[in-house]
Design a protein around this ligand. Sequence first.
Ligand SMILES: [Zn+2]
Length: 376
Amino acid sequence: MRSKGAFRTGIARDSNLTEASVSRILNELRKENIVEEKRQQTSNAGAPTGFVTLSKDIAILGIELSNSRLSFGVGDLKGTLDYVERMPASPQLSQQDFEHLFAEGTANIREWIGARGIALRQAAMSVPGYGREGGNPIYPWDIRRLALLLGEALPGVPLTFTNSVIAQAAFHRYSYPAGYDISGDHLFLFAGHGVAGVIVNDAAPVDAFSAFEIGHMVIERDGLPCRCGHKGCLEAYTSLRAISPIIGLSDADILTRGDHFMEALSVDPTARKALRERQFLLGLALGNALNLHSVPKVVISGWPSLMPEADRVAIADGLNQSLLGGYSPERLELAFIEPLIGNDPKAALHYAAYCFVRGGALDEKSGQHAALEEIA
Ligand SMILES: [Zn+2]
């Protein structure tokens, strides 16, 4: 998934299987239309050999709860969305109303895929704050019930839940050319509608990590109200919603403009100064987080990634005031990558692709998947 394809010889080497075994498995996968193979020249001069890529014909479903909306998308393993529906979903909805909305979305999908003869192989849903033992104070609904609802509308489609920031990390890890090339332990920090992070280790699967709710670190006692019910959380200062009044755009406008929203800022010195202060706070909280869990690299994805480099220095200034020993680029590598804003449910779709591939592309209903997990 990360390299967008592999030569047979490479697969044999990485999997410690003989080329004969690899060949037999690839034949099966090709028969099931899961992989495609083309003869291609390797980087070394020599005879062309089989280059294996994932099939474009596997349909998966991504569902995202973000930006106060519930979005559904059907697409392929490369993350191309062919169907998108986005519904407003206020966190104030009752469980019943929320389930009604979810059922409506899945019924629309059933109709859409039915008309096209498409069979979904995997679904994934990302939810901010998902996975906390104490429950989710922002999206209070019982999410587990959704798997039952999905089972009624789309029988046999496995549904995996994850935290939004893990889906964001999956997007950046597996999408091309947006994917980033950072190796070793690092903190992936996302500043979008919410602010959250996840420690990513290059050598481990993306769902092996737990989300880091840095957005709810209180940085100002009795400060601005946060949607979690507390006051003075980092999110209340540095989320998209928090900075939208500074830019003079509603968060809905920011979503419509997607990755180009900063162009609307032009050069307004007052707004830029206010945004620098918000970036300083982000740096301050980041330094505190790194004092608790030290990593040598941080990758920031979100609106700060779209700010001029001269303004982003404020993050380093904030870090310098909280990080133990101060901040220096030699000790902490800071990288910025373009955010995914307003493209929901693309991140969930990428996570669904990841789940499908991780499961060995086996159908859950066939029982093979469960058997394999038992062996593992
Ligand atoms: Zn909060």
